[in-house]
Design a binder for this molecule. Sequence first.
Ligand code: C2E
Ligand code: MG
Ligand code: MG
Length: 540
Amino acid sequence: MNPRDLHGILAALEPLLILRYDGVVSFANERARELFGPIEGRELDLPTDSTLAIPGLGRAFVSRHAINWQGAEAELVVLRSLPEQRTRPGPRAAPEPGRRLVPMETALRSLDARVHSSSALLVVDLDRFHVINAVLGYRTGDELLRQVGLRLASTLRATDLVSRRGEDEFLVVLSARAHEAEEHEMDRRRRRDPSLEAGAVAERVLESLVAPFEIDGSEVYVGASIGIALVHPELDPQLTLKCAESALYRAKELGRTRYELYSGDLLREKSERMAIENRLRQALRRGEFFLAYQPVVELGTSRMVGVEALIRWLSPERGLTSPALFIPMAEENGLIIPIGDWVLQETLRQAALWHAQGARLVVACNVSVAQFMHPDFLTRLKQLLALHRLPPGSIEIEVTETAIMRAGADTDRILAGLEELGLKVAIDDFGVGHSSLSRLKSLRSHLLKLDSSFVHGLPDDYKDASIASAVIELAHNLGMESLAEGIETAAQHECLRDLGCHLGQGYHFGKPAEPEEIERRLRSTRRGRKGRADQQDAGT
Ligand code: C2E
Ligand code: MG
Ligand code: MG
């Protein structure tokens, strides 16, 4: 479409902008220019699908739509001013869906099969309720919730329970008690199969929501998605809720306004997890862990300047198990403390061996938050450093961005302690966790490790490239070195080097390997250096 035509058509409507892929405004209609001034050619940062207060417009709902604009991908941004009820009228009125609305705790307690006889849990989630709230106002939203509650209650039996959960969700607990008086033959058959019964209730709930709701003389339509989980004596209420939520996500994925029954096998997953945990408890004693070392290279020269120690678990029963699976388990059940201590001992022992062989490598070691915050952490490191007499700067402690933030007020003390011991500190997986930039500014760390998820798309993905570039610059401005994780191709290597990243790690340079492989690599580097030096000598 010609921009002039579009301008004509939309001039009378709400404020509207077209943003190029890089966030620069390519087109703004009259209304948008009244609000933002001559905005074309400038960047505009607005949130996605949410309400916000805009001077001159009041509360507005921002919606974004992908369009093709002048042959390229772009976004159409519409700001819809919210009518009449644009300010929220005091605290929201609680819905009154009849006598069966119970607190959520009561609903969840009734799922405990040891005490109650319930057959299924339904999580009923209203489709796109936030849009109704934003466009029609909170008062309409609240009234809608009240009426939905009433309709839900009217489709259920007296012994079933309904509860509000969150803004737009209802929990429905179906009672397993027989109601002979109410029961037809069909009901009796369904009762023998709780999944049939729960499905029938879900259908009734969906049907009950089809007719419009009358609010202030207008008709409002709302649909719902429903996730169902059957109550099982082995599942505690929280797990049952998890199962129902997982079914709800599936219902939403499959197009909403439908129900899904949880079909996964959480019980099997739970018992498998317990079996792994039991083996994990014995793994240290049985000597089933070992460390693999992944080369860290200088991106400018491709020279190996360090390694990262990565734990491996080889159990006779399960074979090799990924740390991404067992480390979170060990973090949950506390085993991370003895396992982490073993990793530290082993890393420092190996680092000392390499040092004695003349290798100048920085050996990095991953540390979990519980270990980092443990009262003995610094003392233990001090002991190990004294035992192995490692020079300052030869060991690096890697802590994830999230762990550092979670350690809260203790972080600064621990980081200062690490520095005092001559250890380097790296912030791992940077970019995927939650950290505040102002906090980062005050942290005493030496290295920022850009998470591999921003490296995958390089060099072509402009979003990855801009994040990578921003993180690298941020590290440098804060006086830290930068390292990119997960480099798999020469093109990624080149791109990151050109962006000014110091260090890199990834399959392109070497997979995590046994110490012997690292030593072979060190020897070949030395031979290469010697060869070059000999050639130079011969040439002079
Ligand atoms: P991490 O510290 O971010 O380690 C990098 C992970 O990326 C390693 O996975 C490594 O094998 C993998 N990787 C490296 N280069 C590439 C690549 O080019 N492509 C791909 N696809 N992957 C690459 P790994 O060894 O499975 O470890 C996973 C995570 O487990 C680690 O992430 C770390 O958070 C944790 N972990 C590993 N060892 C330890 C340990 O000794 N202690 C603690 N607390 N956590 C550990
Ligand atoms: Mg790491
Ligand atoms: Mg990492």
